[in-house]
Design a protein around this ligand. Structure first.
Ligand SMILES: *Cc1c(COP(=O)(O)O)cnc(C)c1O
Length: 454
């Protein structure tokens, strides 16, 4: 408490950005101090009104320090916030792309303005268009659906299973001769069951696009997520792992996919720097977009990338501590994790027998100030009104005007298994800055509540 006051006084005399950062860190240790006092106190945890707020916060910003500050200053002082030219020699995005590709174990990376833009580039990279079908999990973020529709292709939903990611069996059932790709979305810090997915995809010659927006830095065996399939995308929006507020990236080791994606991100044209990476041009100019990353974004991401390993390590360790503390509960059904070592630890997930029990469990946990809820951050796409009604930006949009596009039916009947999984799972958020005491407190609360509601 004394340190906190000192910090506050110092901050009011000299309110630098550093002080601001120190103060946001204090919010965490403040929570820990309150928690300790509360646990040492006489009253039982659940009944106390003094339980501090356990706030997982936003991961990336908790790691901001003078590295981001320095990199941003370099861009400002050089007067060159644009990636290709300026009065100085801009290198932030260029370097970030090289470092990011290396980190992910891929040959090429492309920095773009968002994860959504990255998906549009990846779909363009794969040459997907009208007449093609793309298999998308029924529970994921909007962009995995919109990128298919924007390309004029048809989204076909597959259910999720207890991995909370696409069910490989349903993926295989949904393949038709027109299926060009599957989007394997690694949701909520946990990876898809990549072995069967890759096997089925190769067997049917279906491309694999990995959406790693919610699992940046996660891995599958010795590979980083995004380098397992044909092309991977990432988001650097504030809710994800490392962040620049907005931002995204595409990685691939395929020079053709890379050139097409790089062209799409810049009006369909290509700069020499990309060809220096992927070799002589293989594609003619076509109509593209402007999804170029700014040097300011590249500066922040370059600094954040140096800390990605420690972000993931801290989050993962806290997630593991909580999983380890509850896995011995008799009968508990945890999220199935195809590679628990590769999970980033964004949350801890377990399944109750039905929705009513799940809701009671969440209520009880929240009563104990545990950040519990339903699965979050995505949408049950097939039951959204605009999806059911196949609404695109023009009524004659090719996606839904092919014979198959007219015939396909979305709605609850195409995703019953997904709706069931969604209704039964409890999510408990994990924070990178949780202390062992917070982890213990959460474990105790889950154990208590789980036994009382089942
Ligand atoms: C956030 C997210 C995106 C889109 O990223 P933005 O940077 O917000 O455009 C795509 N897919 C998934 C799974 C996401 O969670």
């Amino acid at each position: 408490m004394i340190t906190q006051n000192v910090t506050r006084n110092a901050a009011s005399q000299n309110p630098t950005r550093r002080q601001f950062l120190t103060r946001s860190c204090m919010a965490f240790s403040g929570a820990a101090i309150g928690l300790r006092a509360q646990r040492l106190g006489a009253r039982p945890a659940a009944a106390s009104a003094e339980i501090p707020k356990i706030d997982p916060g936003y991961i990336g910003p908790q790691f901001f320090d003078e590295r981001e500050e320095q990199a941003l200053l370099e861009v400002l002082e050089s007067g060159s916030p644009f990636r290709y030219w300026g009065p100085g020699e801009p290198t932030k995005v260029l370097r970030f792309e090289e470092d990011f590709a290396e980190y992910m174990g891929a040959r090429f990376a492309l920095g773009v303005t968002s994860g959504t833009a990255a998906l549009d580039c990846a779909v363009a990279g794969l040459g997907i268009g009208p007449g093609d079908e793309v298999i998308v999990p029924a529970y994921t973020w909007w962009s995995d659906y919109t990128c298919v529709v924007h390309a004029g292709a048809l989204p076909v939903f597959a259910d999720i299973d207890r991995t909370l990611n696409i069910d490989p069996k349903d993926f295989e059932r949904k393949i038709t001769p027109r299926t060009k790709a599957v989007i394997a979305v690694h949701l909520l810090g946990g990876l898809c069951d990549m072995d069967p997915i890759m096997e089925i995809a190769r067997k049917h010659k279906v491309a694999v696009l990995e959406d790693c927006a919610q699992c940046v830095g996660g891995s599958f065996g010795t590979k980083k997520l995004g380098s397992v399939g044909d092309v991977g995308i990432y988001s650097f929006q504030i809710n994800k792992m490392m962040t620049s507020g907005e931002g995204g990236a595409v990685v691939t080791s395929d020079p053709l996919i890379y050139e097409r994606a790089a062209r799409f991100h810049d009006m369909g044209t290509i700069r020499q720097l990309f060809l220096d990476r992927s070799g002589p041009s293989r594609v003619q100019t076509f109509a593209g977009e402007n999804f170029r990353m700014s040097e300011l974004t590249g500066a922040v991401l370059g600094a954040q990338l140096t800390k990605l390993d420690s972000m993931v390590a801290q989050l993962r360790a806290n997630g593991r501590a909580i999983y380890d503390g509850i896995k011995s509960l008799p009968g508990i059904r945890l999220r199935r994790r195809p590679d628990p070592q590769g999970d980033t630890g964004y949350g801890v997930y377990f399944e109750m027998k039905d929705k009513a029990t799940r809701d009671r469990c969440i209520r009880e946990l929240r009563g104990r100030k545990v950040p519990a809820g339903t699965m979050s951050g995505s949408v049950l796409l097939p039951i959204q009104e605009s999806v059911i009604n196949k609404r695109a930006r023009h009524p004659d949009w090719p996606s839904f005007n092919s014979p198959r596009g007219r015939q396909i039916k979305y709605g609850p009947d195409c995703c019953r298994q997904t709706l069931g999984v969604y209704d039964r799972f409890v999510q408990v958020r994990v924070g990178a800055k949780y202390t062992p005491r917070i982890n213990d407190y959460i474990v105790d609360a889950i154990r208590e509540v789980y036994n009382s509601v089942v």
